[in-house]
Write a protein that binds this ligand. Sequence first.
Ligand code: NDP
Length: 253
Amino acid sequence: KPAHPARRPAVVAGASSGIGAQTAKALAAAGFPVALGARRVERCEELATAIREDGGEAFVHALDVASTESVERFAGAVAKELGDVEVVVCNAGRLAPGSLLDATTEQLVAEFDVNVLGAHRLLRAFGAGMVERQRGDLVFVSSDTALRARPFMRGYSATKSGLEGLVEALRMELEGSGVRASVVRPGPTWSEMGSDWDAEAGAKVLTEWVRWGHARHSHFLEATAIADAIVTVVCAPRGVHISPVDVNPEAPV
Ligand code: NDP
């Protein structure tokens, strides 16, 4: 079977900004019809218009990965509009600054609900169809913090290590199914993450990050670098597994 059939509908969960927006653009430019999902639908609509102007195919539907009902509605709408989905990029994620000592259980539950359970909801909505058709790519956007936790990011690092544990088990469960489960692990990347942080808490995240030797925060990647890595993973020939993919700035981190 060809590695790149003429039409491979792709979903990007968390497509309204940053890495997800660039991934949707890059997939569309590579010929994938794309379904853009996020809570900020108007931002997805703007992006879809730009994709169509560039000759791509784009569909937008509201998506809240923290709601099973929303994910199911999204999946139904996408199937109706684009047909059988072959690629799902589980990119939706959240990071709130703050210490673990101050964080409430409810705050941590909300983080896990998006970063880990959101990915599982997407798997539940799209995975069975892929297995039935014996083809598909599930790409999970993790973080370098999955490997090396950082302080004052509440449960964020734990959500990303949790996500990777889930994907590794999934990868083994999917062996021989024709469906790939891959991890792309960005280092520090320019995006809208942090744009809504309280200035003091945000500064603390960055100074502690540098103090613990994780990065000089002058070194950030463009979101297009992560998008390119995701396209490379989903365009790998069938039977080839490229994962996890660490994408970091050239400067030492
Ligand atoms: P952005 O804040 O720019 O993008 C986050 C995306 O996630 C938005 O599209 C947002 O859409 C979506 N999202 C958040 N919550 C939900 C939800 N409940 N349902 C649906 N979509 C949701 O940040 P990034 O581009 O940086 O983040 C993308 C991914 O990359 C995340 O998983 C993040 O953890 C990961 N990452 C980022 C790094 C960085 O340095 N920027 C480094 C390592 C990993 P909306 O708000 O409209 O719903």
